[in-house]
Design a protein around this ligand. Structure first.
Ligand code: CP
Ligand code: NVA
Length: 332
């Protein structure tokens, strides 16, 4: 297995063995941090973090991961990239200064150009169609809470079945042999071309992939119910359309109980589950009466979010440990 020098853009490029190796390494690094040991694995390494979309977890995880192991991170704001200077030229500059580049934005092609022109590893911190570091944290958390191997688990993803997190999770599941069901309106099913690729991975790993409009069918036998926001970054003008499509795909206690087994609840966060955000208050004010969303609960009810089944903050912590594993394996 060789990671050094590779770019981590999508789990489509990684084998089951490689994904499991990264998860094992993350568990080791987590144990090391819990013992209070500081490390030197990234000493002398400089990494630059570029965010064309907002972030809390990903940005902080990259920074803390690098600093924990003795490296240095630059959070680059207001750069010239794409505005006054081409991505190619910026990549050529950053490659002279840095050992690695993290990029979060819209288009995966920016990641590819950064990779091809910088000559250093590029790490995808979320694009319109993928979020590979998120999946590592979600799988690590599932292993911690459910026990056993990933290929004996089933995950049901309820909501926007074609967003970055849904597609990245399906990729990870199809690679590692986890059963995976999407419960989503037909308008938001993953594209046929994407499913073809996933079916090929699943045929190799033994994973069963299901796509259905019935959330109750999707969650049958699921160990993990997962959801994400109805409107992703960059799609903010689609709020009412998505509410109309996804109102019946909220993760409720009823849906959690319908799996017929002990089930954990996962969410990449941030989540809309109460009125404590500007956006959920605005949604409640504009669409609350029309769609029964006065409580600010959208993709998940507050009851499920705060229930003992909810492992969302363990996932958030595991973002850092898994990102650290990716950096250590790809940079050293
Ligand atoms: N889950 C996740 O990527 O969170 P941030 O958008 O806060 O980075
Ligand atoms: N699907 C969400 C994920 C945020 C971590 C978005 O892209 O906004």
């Amino acid at each position: 297995m060789t990671f050094k020098g590779r770019s981590f853009l999508t789990l489509q490029d990684y084998s089951k063995e490689e994904i499991l190796y990264l998860l094992d390494l993350a568990a080791e690094l987590k144990a090391k941090k819990k013992r209070g040991e500081t490390g030197h694995l990234l000493e002398g390494k400089n990494i630059v973090l570029i965010f064309d979309k907002t972030s809390t977890r990903t940005r902080c995880s990259f920074e803390v991961a690098v600093l924990d192991e003795g490296g240095h991170a630059t959070f680059l704001t207001n750069s010239q990239m794409g505005k006054k200077e081409s991505v190619e030229d910026t990549a050529r500059v950053l490659g002279r200064l840095y050992d690695g580049i993290e990029y979060r934005g819209f288009d995966m092609n920016v990641c590819r150009t950064l990779r091809d022109c910088s000559g250093v590893p590029v790490f995808n911190g979320l694009t319109d169609d993928d979020h590979p570091t998120q999946v590592l944290a979600d799988f690590m958390t599932a292993r911690e809470h459910i026990g056993g191997s990933l290929d004996s688990m089933k995950m049901a993803y309820i909501g926007d079945g074609r967003n970055n997190v849904a597609l990245a999770l399906m990729t990870g599941a199809a690679k590692v042999g986890m059963d995976f069901a999407v419960g989503s309106p037909a308008e938001l099913f993953p594209a046929e071309s994407f499913m073809k690729k996933m079916d090929a991975f699943a045929a190799q790993s033994g994973s069963t992939l299901t796509v259905t409009t019935d959330p109750y069918e999707a969650v049958e036998g699921a160990d993990i119910i997962y959801t994400d926001v109805w409107v992703s970054m960059g799609e903010e003008d689609r709020m009412e359309e998505r509410i109309r499509l996804l109102r019946d795909y909220q993760v409720t206690s009823d849906l959690m109980a319908a799996t017929g087994r002990k089930t954990i609840f996962e969410h990449c966060l941030p989540a809309f589950h109460d009125l404590n955000t500007v956006i959920s208050r605005e949604v409640a004010r504009k669409y609350g009466a029309k769609y029964g969303l006065e409580s600010g609960e959208m993709e998940v009810t507050d009851e499920v979010f705060r229930s003992p089944a909810s492992v969302v903050f363990d996932e958030a912590e595991n973002r850092m440990h898994t990102i650290k594993a990716v950096l250590v394996s790809h940079l050293v």
